[in-house]
Design a protein around this ligand. Structure first.
Ligand code: GLY
Length: 479
């Protein structure tokens, strides 16, 4: 490979800096068509900052701000970047570090080093940003301001002392760059394929080593270790979710109040939802399996209901298909299987109308994934709005699938205490429930199967290859 790369070590993926240049070019292509902009308009982005741990002398391990990562692939904090919105000429601004940095933190790279590392057209110190924009006769600075439709949080536009002397537009950039991030380039897909593979290999290793008597956090520890040691993935894409037994009914288990700290008992199902991150790109994979490698009939029943939903979506999703319809397909498949197994009774379409599906699968079917694990572009203007029906309202996007989108497919079926009680008390829901059979699943936990897939013209390509059928899992774990 010619040119600069990001690589953690031998055996890890070499990611060409060209990937980030291509990302910049894709954004600039959109601006080229905007006639109201002249050749002196600049996109201006801020990188992430080095964040202190409260008031202490320690910092969190730095992770680059997502849009900046997408456009520059720079791993250092406190940087800024400018891109001419018509020509694509790129300028990186880096902090001027004190000489003492070399004593505590290591070598201070020159501007020329940065230029070579990141293959930008020029590099200046951040204290020269105002001078730069004056020298370029800048007519407009386009900064990034928008609301993330998953978190509800807003991006903080880049700035510098003296920016008030320029004309600034902070609205135009966000929808354009977010939309560009929705469709992945071949180079991006190679990184996503790599990080999915590393994560799957780690999941498989855990399936081999897990035993009753281990703590849930041992699975988390093994995953982090494997992905870092063998894949060079320093960060997970999100906090590892490693519930077992009844805990697997908690969708986002693993946080500070539930830190994967239960002892896994014989006969438990595990639901391990973990994904590594490499060069800023995410994976998000969930495997559910019995700790001792052998499904009980009850476990098999719920597992196969979810597997059928996953397979139904996998074989239907493609360019032109509505994601909302895929959510409906997954929910209906699960309800149908629960009905066949005697947990539910009545008409599945009527169950859907009453919102029963959201008792069993209260989350959306999946999400866009890329630099962010819940990637941007979900509810941009001009796209279908967030649905309002139960369960559908949790979808992170409601778009028509397009070739080049990279998404998760993650149906699940859970027996969540509070929702079970609600279903039993609500006369619009309990008419569909065989309560005695339903109660057999209290404390069952849940099953989720999550794959990362590329949407193509006529199908989806699954990047996350792990044992999925009951037979595959039992055979794999027994080996
Ligand atoms: N798999 C974790 C999440 O989607 O939040």
């Amino acid at each position: 490979m010619t040119g600069a790369v990001y690589q953690m070590g031998s055996g890890t993926l070499a990611v060409p800096m060209k990937l980030f240049k291509d990302n910049r070019n894709r954004v600039v292509e959109k601006f080229k068509n905007i006639n109201s902009l002249d050749n002196f308009a600049y996109i201006f982005l801020r990188g992430g900052t080095n964040t202190s741990f409260n008031d202490t002398d320690q910092k969190y391990i730095f992770r680059q701000e997502s849009y900046f990562q997408y456009m520059f692939g720079v791993k250092e904090p406190e940087c800024y970047g400018a891109i001419n919105a018509k020509t694509g000429r790129s300028t990186l601004f880096v902090p001027r570090l004190p000489a003492e940095y070399a004593v505590w933190q290591g070598r201070i790279y020159t501007l020329d080093d940065f230029k070579k590392h990141y293959e930008v057209d020029e590099v200046y110190y951040t204290d020269n940003m105002e001078k730069f924009f004056h020298s370029m006769n800048t007519s407009l600075i386009l900064t990034l301001f928008g609301t993330n439709s998953d978190s509800g949080l807003q991006s903080e536009p880049a700035s510098f002392p003296g920016i008030e002397k320029f004309k600034v537009n902070s609205e135009m950039l966000y929808p354009i760059i977010a939309e560009c991030r929705v469709l992945k380039s071949p180079d991006e897909l190679e990184v996503l394929r790599y990080v999915a593979k590393v994560s799957c290999d780690a999941h498989k290793r855990i399936m081999k080593m897990i035993r009753a008597g281990m703590m849930e956090y041992e699975a988390e520890s093994e995953f982090l270790h494997y992905c870092y040691k063998y894949g060079g993935c320093r960060h997970p894409s999100y906090v590892c979710i490693c519930p077992s037994g009844a805990n697997s009914a908690t969708l986002h288990y693993g946080h500070a109040n539930a830190p994967n700290n239960r002892r896994i008992e014989d006969g438990d199902m595990c639901l391990f939802d973990m994904g590594a991150n490499y060069a800023g790109y995410s994976s998000d994979i969930t495997c559910s399996f019995p700790v001792n490698g052998k499904f009980t009939e009850k476990q098999k029943f719920i597992y196969n209901a979810v597997l059928d939903a996953r397979n139904a979506v996998m074989s239907t999703a493609r360019d032109g298909i509505s994601w909302v319809d895929m959510h409906r397909l997954a929910c209906k498949t699960i309800l149908q299987r629960l009905k066949e197994g005697g947990v539910l009774k009545g008409d599945v379409d009527e169950m859907m109308k009453s919102g029963l599906h959201a008792i069993f699968m209260p989350h959306g079917l999946g999400h866009l994934i890329g630099v962010d694990v819940h990637d941007v572009g979900g509810y941009l203007a001009g796209q279908p709005e967030r649905p309002v029906e139960p369960g559908f309202d949790k979808l992170r996007f409601a778009r028509i699938l397009k070739a080049g989108m990279y998404i998760t497919i993650e149906p699940g079926c859970y027996f969540i205490e509070i929702l079970m009680n609600k279903a039993i008390e609500d006369k619009n829901l309990n008419k569909f429930i065989n309560v005695e059979k339903f109660e057999e699943f209290r404390n069952f936990g849940g099953v989720r199967l999550e794959d990362d897939v590329l949407v193509r013209e006529n199908d989806v390509e699954n990047f996350s290859i792990v044992p999925r059928t009951v037979e595959e899992i039992e055979e794999f774990m027994a080996r």
